[in-house]
Write a protein that binds this ligand. Sequence first.
Ligand code: NAP
Length: 245
Amino acid sequence: MSKVALITGGSRGIGKEIALTLAKEGYDISINYIGEKDSSFDELQKEIEQNNVKCIFVSGDVSKFEDAEKFVKETIDKLGSLDVLVNNAGITRDMLLMRMKEEDFTSVIDVNLVGTFNVTKNAINYMMKARSGCIVSLASVVGIAGNAGQTNYSASKAGIIGFTKSLAKEVASRNIRVNAVAPGFIQTNMTAVLKDDVKDEIAKSIPLKRMGTPKDVANAVKFLVSDDSSYITGQVLHIDGGMLM
Ligand code: NAP
């Protein structure tokens, strides 16, 4: 039977690339999404299924525990197991703290950090019984280094790093590995809002002189869920062109 990977927020951006990359590795894919389904979902499903693997879409808001419970169960019921969880769903509400509304802070924490808890909590029960599993969560360089205008986002991503390390210690004896990736500036809708001159300045400041691609992140996730990384847990892999060393 194929292994099964669940990717939250997997219908676009980095999550979509992770879904496509893991499908090429032979995983059956469960894609969680929150918005409305459109024609791009059919195209994505076809592209994934070209690898002779299954693809399902499971709806739900990661920030709601009952939704996470429902779509984790739906994944296991429909695809037969849960071997890999990628906590990818995330949002930004950038603003200097002086101007930040309470809702801008709590919504980012709720989706990015509480969402990671909600989905992982439901997945870990299954993985503990199976005595195997891999979890990779999307942190960020700003969760390590901080960034003006992102107190909410960097707090959520720093939280994910602490969560990852603590859980890795709790479940290592059950053969479950828990890691995080910390991307730098990756070309997706999340960074498309930046002006071109800002992006040029960012690229110049990166040792490898370019922004990253979703594929750069997906390849790191592929490694962290593969047997090639079987002795790696509780780590944060930087995918940032050398921004932080
Ligand atoms: P993106 O293009 O904005 O995609 C985010 C995805 O998360 C979308 O599929 C979105 O669904 C989903 N999502 C948002 N809120 C959700 C919720 N409450 N429940 C379920 N799904 C939800 O972002 P991205 O750039 O691919 O980022 C993916 C991850 O990488 C995020 O965790 C982000 O923080 C992290 N990251 C990104 C960068 C970067 O430079 N892009 C750098 C470091 C870390 P809808 O399509 O329905 O809105």
